[in-house]
Ligand binder design. Structure first.
Ligand SMILES: Cc1cc2nc3c(=O)[nH]c(=O)nc-3n(C[C@H](O)[C@H](O)[C@H](O)COP(=O)(O)OP(=O)(O)OC[C@H]3O[C@@H](n4cnc5c(N)ncnc54)[C@H](O)[C@@H]3O)c2cc1C
Length: 352
């Protein structure tokens, strides 16, 4: 039996491949839902809002290959002119045009379409939810995985499809993992762990009528980046982006008010007719940001080669996007990690 810890993209990619190869496995997931850092929310008005992973580019070939294989369509991010808005109180305040960016793409139906398609190939008994792994113990030829509800799973191989900083702090290993691995994992930033994603939903994309792309970069106000978030069919409309993490300290009501104020200053008073406001503070999620008080540089130690070494004779495999050799931290990295894990499992199965 193979135990996959985590039902994020990397874990689900491995599970999908194992299912195709008819190799038995079980996913153990702490939350009551799949997807991890992929979180597409649907509003009351049926607008899909990406609170987590959203964009990819042509360079993300692992992801593109998988989307093609699963027959999931993508569409171009609506782009126009990019503007940078400087703090009105600074001597350089104003609006500056930025150079055109490389085109980016989004997944039709939202990033969750990818997660749901992978999950759709599994059986109900392939996954247990609401179960937190707290220990992995090597006992003779087996690994014993203990969950917080005292349930134990015996496995030939265990996949850590969880960000390194999370497992290094939250899972106990017996015997202890090599010191260098533990040290590196504890110092590996979980990509986007400090992010606040926010969105405002609208009846109409009024900014387009005013010839604005609504692509905003700013060093003041809650939004530091904001983009047109209309769906592919162009019948649901929103603006969505990243808030300055410092705005975590105020209430949601205050944040919403400041978001609307900032956007209306830039795009006009029609912003105040927004239908609904949505946000997700990732640093409040214990399975994305842990420990809470330590700040790390973006992508610190992401892709470190130690994560691709063999541990317990390949019985313990380190996955998750942060372990990938190319584009670690991104969805593409998660796909690479999930596929590499499958390869290691099948190579080992052949040897045995
Ligand atoms: C705000 C935000 C924006 C992003 N934007 C983009 C983007 O635009 N483009 C892009 O390519 N990437 C983006 N990313 C990154 C992308 O989301 C990740 O690379 C990818 O989803 C990671 O997948 P994963 O499987 O490696 O990890 P995760 O998604 O973190 O999955 C890990 C899973 O393990 C579970 N888990 C953790 N601990 C335990 C435990 N002890 N026991 C059981 N289960 C456990 C978690 O609940 C989770 O489901 C973004 C991420 C965030 C947060």
């Amino acid at each position: 039996m193979i135990i996959i810890i985590g039902a994020g993209l990397s874990g689900l990619v491995t599970a999908y491949k194992l299912k195709q190869a008819k190799i038995p496995f079980k996913i153990v997931e702490v939350k009551n839902k799949i997807g991890g850092r992929i979180f597409t929310k649907t509003t009351e008005n049926e607008t899909t809002i990406e609170m987590g992973a959203t964009w990819f580019g042509r360079q993300h070939q692992n992801l593109i290959r998988l989307l093609n294989e699963l027959e999931i369509a993508a569409f171009s991010q609506f782009q126009g002119e990019y503007y940078y808005y400087d703090d009105p109180d600074s001597p350089h305040h104003g609006k500056y045009k930025l150079p055109q960016q490389e085109p980016t793409y989004r997944i039709k139906g939202g990033s969750r379409s990818l997660i749901e398609k992978l999950y759709g190939n599994l059986e109900e008994e392939d996954i247990v939810f609401n179960t937190r792994v707290i220990e992995i113990r090597k006992e003779k030829e087996e690994l014993v995985v203990t969950a917080d509800n005292n349930v134990e799973y015996r496995a030939n191989q265990v996949i850590l499809a969880v960000p390194p900083k999370i497992w290094s702090h939250q899972i106990n290993f017996v015997p202890a993992l090599p010191q260098e691995l533990q040290h590196t994992a504890k110092n590996t930033q979980t990509w986007m762990e400090d992010s606040i994603k926010a969105a405002v939903e609208f009846e109409q994309p009024f900014w387009r009528e005013n010839n604005s792309s609504a692509t905003i970069m700013s060093n003041y106000g809650p939004f530091i980046e904001c983009y047109d978030h209309s769906n592919q069919q162009e019948n649901k409309f929103a603006l969505c982006g990243f808030l300055n993490p410092a705005f975590k300290e105020i209430t949601k009501e205050k944040r919403e008010k400041l978001v609307l104020q900032q956007l209306s200053n830039i795009l006009g008073e029609q912003v105040l007719k927004g239908i609904s406001y949505h946000e997700y503070i990732w640093s409040e999620d214990d399975y994305v940001k842990w420990p809470k008080e330590i700040f790390m540089q973006p992508h610190q130690n992401n892709g470190h080669p130690i994560f691709r070494e063999s541990f317990f004779n390949n019985q313990l495999i380190i996955s998750s996007s942060e372990s990938a050799s190319t584009f670690p931290g991104y969805m593409d990295g998660a796909v690479e990690a999930g596929e590499r894990t499958f390869k290691i499992i099948t190579e080992k199965t052949k040897v045995n």
